[in-house]
Design a binder for this molecule. Structure first.
Ligand code: HEM
Length: 256
């Protein structure tokens, strides 16, 4: 019975990971397309992120988007156990690519904040800076423990990196869920509404806390939730991710 429960638990986790990986492809496409246009066209009429003639902030933010798309694409693949077990060399190579891209994403984002500040003002500046620093620390630790062949600790840091790498996508998905259920209540001009301020931190802090709880339970050898609750939570997560993706898809495709 315990073995059956374990394999069901595993199937639930893989289904959730697969769903996240597939849905996040829309954001990967959006970020890639945005960065390619930023490198090759004058986007000053379209976005505040492009400043005509300002090579440094433009390079920082569009490199950031390109590298960010890479880590959003690679994060679910790195965590997918069957792939990792079957192709360990691929996991290593894409692990280094992930590491390099994560560093570029963070440095590009942090550099842009230092030069231009964010559109959302000081609260967003602080939150995104904290987010970038978390990415730098967690991905450095992940590689460090992999190289030291301490795979238990490597896996723990990899889980932290995973939620951070998916955070930027989750930020959009959470807005999608909010738009679909609450409209624009709590959303202000230039991200100055109460929901915007909540969002500044809510796309990574709660997930990092969730991972810490999960890691501590794993170390103690006990599950975080009974199986029926894990199942319910996974089903709810997939439903919410579907709603958020559906609501945000027009923005990902540049239709709004
Ligand atoms: C490493 C942590 C990260 C930091 C510090 C960061 C920071 C930033 C900042 C400061 C901006 C400009 C905000 C503004 O003023 O409008 C931005 C925009 C953006 N970032 Fe990141 N970011 C991070 C991770 C990511 C990741 C993982 C992706 C994945 C693709 C990503 C994709 C984007 C995109 C597409 C934009 C353009 C926003 C839009 O108009 O849609 N970022 N980021």
């Amino acid at each position: 019975m315990a073995i059956a429960n374990n394999s069901l638990d595993l199937r639930i986790k893989r289904t959730l990971l697969f769903t996240m990986g597939v849905f996040a492809l829309l954001f990967v496409y959006y970020a890639l397309d945005f960065s390619m246009r930023g490198f090759t066209q004058d986007l000053s009429a379209e976005t505040h992120l492009y400043t005509a003639g300002a090579v440094l902030p433009n390079t920082a933010i569009f490199t950031h988007m390109l590298a960010g798309a890479t880590i959003t694409f690679l994060a679910p693949l790195q965590l997918f156990t069957p792939l990792r077990q079957r192709f360990p060399a691929l996991h290593r190579v894409s692990g280094y690519l992930f590491f390099l891209s994560a560093i570029l994403t963070a440095i590009g984002g942090l550099g842009f904040i230092a030069i231009n500040r964010t559109i959302g003002g000081p609260v967003m500046d602080v939150a995104f800076t904290l987010y970038g620093l978390c990415v730098l620390v967690c991905c450095t630790q992940t590689i460090r423990f992999a190289r030291a062949r301490n795979f238990v600790t490597h896996r723990e840091w990899a889980l932290r990196v995973f939620v951070l790498a998916m955070g930027s996508w989750l930020y959009r998905i959470q807005y999608g869920i909010w738009f679909a259920t609450m409209g624009d209540m709590g959303i202000g001009e230039n991200f100055s509404g109460p929901f915007d301020y909540f969002q500044d931190f809510a796309f990574f802090v709660p997930y990092l806390i969730g991972v810490e709880i999960y890691i501590r339970h794993q170390r103690a050898g006990r599950p975080v939730l009974p199986l029926y609750a894990t199942r319910g939570l996974a089903a709810l997560s997939i439903a919410l991710l579907s709603l958020g993706t559906y609501a945000f898809a027009p923005i990902f495709f540049g239709l709004r």
